[in-house]
Design a protein around this ligand. Sequence first.
Ligand code: DGL
Length: 275
Amino acid sequence: MDKISPIGIFDSGYGGLTILNEIRKELPDYDYLYLGDNARTPYGTRSFEVVYKFTLQCVKYLFSQGCQLVILACNTASAKALRTIQQSDLPKIDSSKRVLGVIRPTVEIVGQLTKSNHIGLFATEGTVKSNSYPLEIQKLFPTIKVTSEACPMWVPLIENNEHLDEGADYFVRKHTQNLMNTDAEIDAVILGCTHYPLLKEKIENALPPDLQVISQGEIVAKSLADYLLRHPEMDEKCSKNGTIRYLTTENPDKFDESASVFLSEEIRAEHVEVE
Ligand code: DGL
């Protein structure tokens, strides 16, 4: 068999699995290598420097495993590390490799989501503080008003499998109410963290019924398919045997158990040291 060049999918933990699921539905023939930096999650409350350093280490690790293309399936890493990696690091590492994020594809379709031109964003503290979403939306859709709400407890609830319990209701209500109290004209909300689709039902129930709640998985998957069509030179380099491997910087047994919340199949993750 030819050397495998999987598409690398990176997240601070399990959240990127919501993106991977949709990518695999859209592009089932490709090989994938998922890396969760579970030992150092969450990234959402960490500084720019730390998120950049950790993300770069993980991207380099995925490159060392044969990946030519890496998707940062993490909004926090996309907000805080993507641009520097693309502009400063890739030219030094290997200018033929590519790293893509999840914010740009999401922002590109924002215009189709709102009639009122008022959009809400739920995201980690890091993504909200980076201002990436409002800045990017402003460039493409200057008339759209974005109201952001940081939800620092949502990732820990999900990572600890507490998101379906009553305790989670309190934190969902708190942030949905904050958002709607700030701007009652919002008619669409972006879940700008790859973990949040696991709370989607609770979020929808806590918001006005006609309000749209948008997860990123399908958007990112379609955008990746489009990218590969537009870049046949990259598409040719990505191997296509339909395989998938899961890597974690934490204990792999813990990963297998927790990842089952995100995936509907049994998996065997492998432990890796990333530095
Ligand atoms: N899943 C990541 C994101 O999309 C954040 C999780 C974390 O805080 O580490 O932002």
